[in-house]
Design a protein around this ligand. Structure first.
Ligand SMILES: [Zn+2]
Ligand SMILES: [Zn+2]
Length: 254
């Protein structure tokens, strides 16, 4: 029995929906050059392991064309007969309706990352999907993977730490002010994590500027990246706004 093609992922739908939006929210036919190009791109995405090698019909022009029909006909104000669209189809349609420019940028960043080969090389990162295994950031899983991998560059981290030191500032979390060395002593010396405040697809492929980086403790960093459906990852300012009134130990006891 030949394997069946795996279900469409959010990232793939973002790429397909870009075609639909650029086509005036209309479906695209198999003989359309854009459908043929997208079929080739989808077969190269690092999302489904060896599916493209094992399944000849994986993301064929026919399946890509059918998916553009699902996306075009499941928009809430579509008047004609709808094909059956899945939950993810609807989530992607919503994202494109609420912020088309952002979604189009995300799609072109994914395509560019595949074209240069940079995105294909990066191993899966622990925080690229939510704990439920399905939820991804608004920009999708691959851009999240790329951003997290970039942040882990030791060279970048060193440059940022040197810069903060040169300005005479302490190495502490920009959100909650946690200072690893003050808390853990020598063990915490120079420990801090680096976070991109500007998502990759907004910044473009340029060299990262030190001003685009924030220093965060491990807790705040994870909370910046925590996945919620339909949300992007958070900047330190956005995370600071989430903090509830601190609970004091004495209050709990009293
Ligand atoms: Zn913190
Ligand atoms: Zn980060």
């Amino acid at each position: 029995m030949p394997r069946r093609s795996p279900a469409w992922t959010y990232d793939e739908l973002v790429l397909a929906c870009t075609l639909v939006v650029d086509n005036g929210w209309r479906e695209l036919r198999e003989n359309d050059r854009r459908v043929q190009e997208l079929s080739q791109l989808l077969r190269r995405l690092p999302l489904h392991g060896t599916a493209a090698e094992e399944i000849p019909s994986f993301r064929s022009v026919g399946s890509v064309s059918r998916k553009t029909t699902d996306l075009a006909t499941n928009r809430s104000d579509y008047a004609g007969k709808r094909t059956k669209g899945g939950k993810l189809d609807l989530a992607v349609i919503d994202a494109f309706i609420s912020d088309p420019a952002r979604m189009r940028k995300a799609a072109s960043a994914i395509a560019a990352g595949i074209a240069t080969g940079e995105l294909t090389q990066i191993p899966e990162q622990p925080d690229e999907v939510a704990d439920d295994g399905t939820t991804t950031a608004m920009e999708g899983r691959l851009l999240m993977r790329w951003a997290i991998a970039r942040e882990r560059s030791p060279k970048l981290r060193r440059r940022k730490i040197q810069d903060v030191r040169a300005h005479g500032s302490p190495l502490r979390c920009e959100v909650c002010t946690f200072d690893f060395e003050r808390f853990y002593g020598e063990l915490g010396h120079e420990y801090i994590e680096v976070h991109h405040t500007l998502p990759l697809y907004v910044a473009g492929p340029r060299e990262t500027r030190l001003d685009d980086l924030a220093l965060l403790c491990s807790n705040c960093h994870r909370m910046c990246h925590r996945n919620h459906s339909g949300e992007s990852w958070r900047t330190p300012d956005e995370l600071r706004a989430c903090i509830q009134t601190p609970v004091r130990l004495t209050d709990e006891q009293g």
